[in-house]
Every structure is written in structure tokens, then in C-alpha cells.
Design a protein around this ligand. Structure first.
Ligand SMILES: Cc1cc2nc3c(=O)[nH]c(=O)nc-3n(C[C@H](O)[C@H](O)[C@H](O)COP(=O)(O)OP(=O)(O)OC[C@H]3O[C@@H](n4cnc5c(N)ncnc54)[C@H](O)[C@@H]3O)c2cc1C
Length: 451
């Protein structure tokens, strides 16, 4: 019998999983991939703006992690990997721009002097005296980042340094993201008995490599997606899967148009809230765990400004919590990755966990907010000659305290021949999604591999 597999969700996790299944199972296996979207890629989406390709979802990956470079090399695309130009981002706090402190772990400083000007003198003194204050740490603990950092270094470090970084990564806040997910190396050093936060954060800081911290793909993520789709050679069913039902030793999938499909193995690469609905009938404990994972939505405005628009030669601006700006981050894409043509590409993102801005605010208002913010931050009043607005609804899973335990529970309660992949599992970034998809695909075809 020809084996048949269904992959549900066509973001990077689903596409990598389908590709891995194809490589392992060979040409004969039937692979069907379900996704109701207008195109595949999920949160990876490359558009044309001002005559240039621009990624309007994820635009980068952490280059220190091996997953993306290895996958690009495997697909013959290694020469498409690019690094940043080396320009650094700024932080917008207290109504003005500051240098981003150097040598921080997701905004948690290793050196109090790097925070001069960003936080007040009392906060600097508090950081300097932190090693003298006894630290109580229970190995395995997972407090919210703000709880530990606020207590040891003060609230200004949280709101002006850590929050802007976590808003960029998770569209979340230090008050709701768990330390173990946001900075796992720091949690590990604390578990090993570090005497204070200063010592721990210094020990956890990775050594500088000299290379670009972030990578991107020349031509945008579409280059990677197209190659994965070509090589995975699946049938794309452009429908949503509503639920799973057991069928003999395999599965029946019911789609949202009333169709049903059969498979020997199913790999679910959908966001956590969708997973909860799909598996409710066959894996209620996994569904209950998935339901506890909260999600955030953001709206993205991308602008093409004329070349010569006077933006600073910086990669962008991270905005501190509770600033009177609309955007939570501004990326100066042409400065960050290098300009092509006589155009300045700029991205502004709006909305954080807990607000409903991405649902509520119309395109015209978002475009007006973008113009107001560019004027307030850079004094730029030039009109864009091209623009795009995109909403990423429920796209950013929130890694709350205890997330690792929740995921272990979820995976443990899945029946055999059902595997999961996606951004809510082992890390929100593209590299972690590739790793989770690889693991999930291997578990389906080699049952002894951990799901
Ligand atoms: C705006 C933004 C910027 C980001 N920036 C970066 C960055 O610079 N670097 C980085 O590393 N990461 C970044 N991320 C995170 C990263 O892009 C995502 O976490 C990752 O791409 C998610 O991949 P995924 O396959 O898990 O999920 P998704 O990309 O969300 O894909 C899930 C897919 O499932 C489909 N689906 C949903 N329900 C069903 C159903 N019932 N049946 C079938 N299909 C269904 C959806 O249509 C979607 O295509 C960013 C994310 C966003 C939103």
C-alpha cells in the first residue's frame, strides 16, 4: 500500500514537514497539504513594494542558529543568504531616541553603564548594587521576565529595555512572557546556582562571533518557500481542516467544505487555537493544553519612500512600553539589509498582546498613524509613493510562565501517528519552527523519535 500523509497548515512549519516527509518517504507517498489561505507560507509572505521584494511577515532569522543556513544549503540556496549591513537599532523611550544598549540578553543588561541615559541614576545604582543582594532562585522556576528583572534591576530596565525587545519578538510584554522561554540560557545558569542576576546574565551571554546576528534571504522568504513547495511535491487542498476522527488504524480529516480525507499519519502545523479545535475529539488533553496558549495579533504597514528620504542610517527603532507613539517597532529595511534602487523601504508594526488594535483600526487610520510616527520619531514628512497594510491575526503565540511544561503535556497526550509542529512549541522564530517540523516529520515515519 502507498503510504498517505496529511499535513495541515502551510506555514514554514507545514512546508518543512511536507518536504521532510517527501525526502524520507520518496516519490510514491501521497502527501496532501491543507491550507485555506490565498497562498502558502503563513507568516512568511513576500510582496512587491516600490518595485522591490519585501517580507511583510517575518523578515529575518537568527543566523547563529543552524536551521535556516542548513536548510538553504540543502536546497542549493546558500548563496541567497544575506546579513545585515551592520547598522544598529535605536530605542524610543521618554519621547526621544537612545542607542540600543550593547551586550544585553533580550534587553537584560550585562553592564549597568550601557544603560546610561536610558534609565535614571537610581536605577543604575540599583543595578550596580544588585550582586550584593541575596538572590533566591528555585531550580526549574519560570517567573515572568518582568518579575525577576524588575525585582533585581528595577522597572525602568523592564519597560525601557526588555519590553521593547520582547514586543519585537512576541508582540508580548515582559509581564506575561516566561523567563525560561525568552532567555533559556539565563534560566539554565540560574538553575546551576548563579549567585545574582548580574553574574547569571554575564555567564549566559553568548560570545560575540563578529558576524551578522540576523540573516535574511535575498529576494525574500518566497525564495525558500517556492523551493520547499517544488521539492515537497504535495497536493494542496485549499480548504481548512475542521476536525479529526479515528479511522481504522489511521485518520479521517473533515474539512470546512464538508469534504473528508484519509491518511495513515497526520501532521498538524496550525496555530495553537486551531489545533485545540481540530483535535478536541481525539486528543482532549492536548486540546486543553493548546487552549491555554494565548496569541497576539499585529498589523503591519510597509511604505516605499523616495530615495533620499532623511531617515537615520539605522536598522530601525524599538519602542518602549507606554510611549505616546502608535507603532511598537519601525524597521528601516533598506538601511538594515542594504538598499536597491532609489527607494527607502520602511515597515511599522502596531499592536501587542492584550490589545485589539489589529482587529479594530482601519487601513486609512493605520497609514495616518505611520505618517504621524515617522514625523514624531525622525521628523520625516515625505509622502510614501507605495504602501501595503497586512494584518497578522492571532499569529504570535505567547510563551507565558510554565510554557515548557504545557508543551510537554501537549506532546505526551497525542496519539501515535499524530504529530504537531509550529511556532507555539519550541520557540516562535523561523529556526525553531524548522526544528519542530523536522522533529515532527521524523516522529511520524520513525515512531521511536520523540514527537
Ligand atoms: C509580523 C511577524 C513578524 C515576524 N518576524 C519574524 C522574524 O523576523 N524572524 C523570525 O524568526 N520569526 C518571525 N516571526 C515569527 C515567525 O514568522 C512565525 O512564528 C512562523 O513563521 C510561524 O510558522 P508556522 O508554520 O508555525 O505558522 P503560520 O505561519 O501561522 O502558518 C500556519 C498556517 O496554518 C493555516 N491554517 C490555519 N488554520 C487552518 C486549518 N484549520 N486548516 C488548514 N490550515 C490552517 C494558516 O492559513 C497558515 O498558513 C514573525 C511573525 C510575524 C507574524
Amino acid at each position: 500500500m502507498t503510504p498517505s500523509y496529511c499535513v495541515v497548515g502551510g506555514g514554514i512549519a507545514g512546508l518543512v514537514a511536507a518536504y521532510r516527509l517527501r525526502v524520507t518517504l520518496g516519490d510514491d507517498a501521497h502527501i496532501t497539504l491543507f491550507d485555506p489561505a490565498d497562498r502558502l507560507g503563513g507568516a512568511l509572505r513576500t510582496e512587491q513594494l516600490g518595485g522591490q521584494p519585501i517580507d511583510i511577515g517575518a523578515e529575518a532569522f537568527v543566523a547563529r542558529r543552524p536551521e535556516v543556513p542548513t536548510l538553504l544549503a540543502e536546497l542549493g540556496l546558500a548563496d541567497r543568504q544575506i546579513g545585515t549591513t551592520g547598522v544598529r537599532p535605536l530605542i524610543y523611550s521618554q519621547g526621544r531616541l537612545h542607542e540600543l544598549p550593547r551586550d544585553t540578553l533580550n534587553g537584560i543588561p550585562t553592564d549597568p553603564s550601557s544603560m546610561t541615559g536610558l534609565v535614571d541614576d537610581a536605577t543604575i545604582r540599583r543595578m550596580l548594587s544588585e550582586p550584593a543582594r541575596p538572590l533566591t532562585w528555585r531550580p526549574g522556576a519560570d517567573p515572568a521576565v518582568a518579575e525577576l528583572v524588575g525585582d533585581r534591576f528595577g522597572d525602568q530596565v523592564v519597560t525601557r529595555s526588555v519590553d521593547p525587545l520582547l514586543a519585537g519578538v512576541y508582540a508580548g510584554s515582559a509581564a506575561t512572557i516566561g523567563l525560561r522561554s525568552a532567555v533559556p540560557t539565563l534560566a539554565a545558569v540560574l538553575d546551576r546556582g548563579a549567585r545574582n542576576l548580574t553574574e547569571a546574565v554575564r555567564a549566559a551571554l553568548p560570545p560575540a562571533t563578529g558576524g551578522s546576528v540576523f540573516g535574511a534571504i535575498d529576494g525574500g522568504y518566497a525564495v525558500l518557500l517556492d523551493e520547499l513547495i517544488r521539492r515537497a511535491d504535495f497536493h494542496w487542498a485549499q480548504v481548512g481542516v475542521e476536525r479529526l476522527v479515528r479511522h481504522g488504524g489511521g485518520w479521517q480529516l473533515v474539512d470546512d467544505e464538508g469534504g473528508d480525507w484519509r491518511a495513515d499519519g497526520v501532521l498538524l502545523a496550525v496555530p495553537a487555537p486551531r489545533l485545540a479545535t481540530i483535535v478536541a475529539g481525539v486528543a482532549p488533553s492536548a486540546a486543553a493544553a493548546a487552549r491555554q496558549i494565548k496569541v497576539a495579533s499585529t498589523a503591519l504597514v510597509a511604505l516605499a519612500m523616495p530615495g533620499g528620504t532623511p531617515v537615520p542610517d539605522r536598522s530601525g527603532v524599538l519602542v518602549a512600553a507606554s510611549e505616546r507613539l502608535h507603532a511598537k517597532a519601525i524597521t528601516l529595511s533598506s538601511r538594515k539589509w542594504g538598499s536597491r534602487g532609489n527607494v527607502e523601504l520602511v515597515r511599522l508594526s502596531f499592536g501587542r498582546y492584550g490589545d485589539d488594535l489589529a482587529h479594530r483600526v482601519g487601513d486609512d487610520d493605520l497609514l495616518s498613524w505611520a505618517a504621524e510616527d515617522l514625523a514624531a520619531v525622525f521628523g520625516v514628512t515625505d509622502e510614501p509613493f507605495d504602501c501595503l497594510v497586512h494584518r497578522w491575526i492571532d499569529a504570535m503565540p505567547q510563551y507565558g510562565p510554565g510554557h515548557g511544561g504545557l508543551i510537554a503535556e501537549l506532546r505526551a497526550s497525542l496519539p501515535p501517528s499524530l504529530a504537531v509542529a509550529g511556532a507555539y512549541l519550541d520557540g516562535i522564530g523561523v529556526p525553531a519552527c524548522i526544528a519542530a517540523a523536522t522533529r515532527a516529520a521524523a516522529s511520524l515515519v520513525t515512531p521511536r523519535v520523540a514527537r
